[in-house]
Design a protein around this ligand. Structure first.
Ligand code: F6R
Length: 241
């Protein structure tokens, strides 16, 4: 595992540099993307690099990790809306190559088809991840097994509480989401995880220094052959404990 530590802004810059290199080496690459607060600065940096002509998304294909059940892309809290407003509408990407799991009218079979689409596209070259306070990746919440494929999941109280900041209140946070499975994430050729903030210090330590267990879904990354962890000093403080 490659580990990079710095300030939050520099973490975003260094992550953006990984993308600059990848997109220049492989303009047709497949990116697995994430939402939430963590990647916001990275997306700002990527937009700036694209505007400066240092990278292009023209031939890139993207697959996002997850989407709330019941929200369509026009809902301001949907992850499709997030991706459009933070990245896709601001860079030279072909929107028809951007994929976010559909939040409405989806059956289990249709959700699992997302994995087939990813495979047909050649598989994910670089999967971006944040981490939830309970160790979730995508919306794979702690449970007694590692879910393999894209599926519907009930969100835990901890996740709904954490995400209430984006909604009018906790009750407004959808109770369920569609998420890539842990197997989908592990199939990516490379994983880039960004973790910032003192509130993530404990879970970062449990994920990378504790036992590999589905009760801390991110701990499975200990078995991934190519993980880059980019974190700020505040998040890293738990690793020293
Ligand atoms: C988002 C996602 C989640 C977030 C996690 C951390 O697409 O899959 O796993 O990465 O909930 O969220 P933030 O960055 O808001 O702390």
């Amino acid at each position: 595992m490659k580990i990079i530590r710095d300030t939050q802004r520099n973490c975003a810059r260094m992550a953006a540099e990984e993308y600059r290199k990848l997109l220049n080496e492989n303009p047709h690459c497949v990116l697995g993307l994430a939402t939430g607060s963590t990647p916001e600065m990275l997306y700002e940096e990527l937009v700036a690099l694209c505007k400066a002509g240092k990278l292009s998304f023209k031939d890139v294909t993207t697959y996002n990790l997850d989407e709330y059940v019941g929200l369509d892309g026009s809902h301001p809290q949907s992850y499709r809306y997030f991706m459009d407003s933070h990245l896709f509408n601001l860079v030279d990407i072909d929107k028809t190559r951007t994929h976010v799991p559909c939040g409405v009218g989806v059956t289990d079979e249709m959700a699992a088809h997302y994995d087939d689409e990813i495979k047909q596209a050649g598989g994910v070259d670089l999967q971006l991840l944040g981490i939830g306070h309970d160790g979730h990746i995508g919306f794979n919440e702690p449970c007694d097994h590692f879910p393999v494929r894209t599926h519907e999941v009930a969100l835990t109280e901890s996740t709904r509480r954490a995400n209430a900041r984006f909604f009018a209140g906790e009750d407004e946070v959808p109770a369920a989401a569609y998420t890539m499975g842990v197997g989908t994430v592990m199939a990516a050729r490379r994983v880039l995880m960004i973790v910032t903030g003192a509130d993530k210090a404990d879970i970062l330590h449990r994920a990378f220094c504790g036992p590999v267990t589905p009760w801390v879904p991110a701990s499975i990354l200990q078995f991934h052959p190519d993980v880059t962890l980019i974190c700020d000093e505040a998040a890293w403080s738990g690793m020293k404990a």
